[in-house]
Design a protein around this ligand. Sequence first.
Ligand SMILES: C[S@@+](CC[C@H](N)C(=O)[O-])C[C@H]1O[C@@H](n2cnc3c(N)ncnc32)[C@H](O)[C@@H]1O
Length: 352
Amino acid sequence: MKSEEINGNIFYNGDCVTGAREHIPDNSVDLIITDPPYGINGDQLHQHYNRDEEFVVEGYVEVPASEYGEFSLNWVKEAERILRPGGSIYIVSGYTNLYHILAALRETGLREVNHIIWKYNFGVYTSRKYVSSHYHILFYEKPGGERTFDLESRFGLKEKDLDNGSLNYQDREDVWIINREYKPGQVKNKNELPAELLVKMMQYSSNEGDLVCDMFLGGFSTARVAIGLNRRATGFEISQTAFEVKARELQDVRHGYLLPSLRTPDVEERKNQGKSWTDADIKTLTDRFTRLAESGKTKQSIIETLEEELGRGRWAIEKMLKKQGIQNGGRGRPHNKATDGEHNSQAVLPLD
Ligand SMILES: C[S@@+](CC[C@H](N)C(=O)[O-])C[C@H]1O[C@@H](n2cnc3c(N)ncnc32)[C@H](O)[C@@H]1O
């Protein structure tokens, strides 16, 4: 299988299943972001079908719909093998063959984290039905290790919009409205993913220096963004045309070129942040929580007070309270729907 090294990153021109088996060790990848062929028009293209290059459409190789189940199972199992324990995988999929990918995931030990809806512009125009303008993004993890989720990588927990809504919460809702890129006059892969979408996934789910793999490189958009964010990149593309054109373009992409364009989140450093809890710290926490709850304060204001008093972040406090069995209002205080209900984002204890 032909491979190309570009600025220290290796990419493979060939089938991702055989390629991964040959070249990518077990448990070696931190993050997989991938967008498999959709298998939609595959069956209409059987006259072009051959084993080496399968369906070639302008450098885009399709998979016959009739083989989509087996195809999905093969590559998803390989993805599971190469992911490190605690590693994350994001799979972008249309609706038509989504069930095959879900079924394949169920055959593995990968665990669902979120099912994200990506809403985009330029949906296919229709007149007798609704316009289809979303994709599914299946966000899974490989159990057995610490999953990277950089909570304040984009917005600090305290940052608010003009209506006092939490920017962090809004950014982490599981419906993402991100427009596709309009690139007139440029050669591009069918369904090239927008950089904004990839940046978001990588900011939350990886750190600088991590290895990001795309099983279906297409226009190499995942690789471009990974390099732009100072991550390492690898991946596979079966089409020789796409591989040659896009690998050449990647040679001009500089490490870290996207970093200056990232928003700097307003994150408060707290004096005890990251420090482990002593028994005395835990007792102070539970006593103060109970006292404040008895005084009738809402959970949100209790947590804010505790953040100041204990010099720890909100998430750490909520996690420890949960560990101590104090949830949804705390001891000595009746459950308060208005402040603790699941519709009040500011007040709910995290479930993860
Ligand atoms: C939906 S596109 C990926 C688009 C890509 N995410 C981007 O932003 O440009 C899927 C790609 O997978 C490639 N492909 C199809 N079968 C493959 C296989 N078995 N191994 C590797 N690549 C394959 C196709 O040629 C196509 O370029």
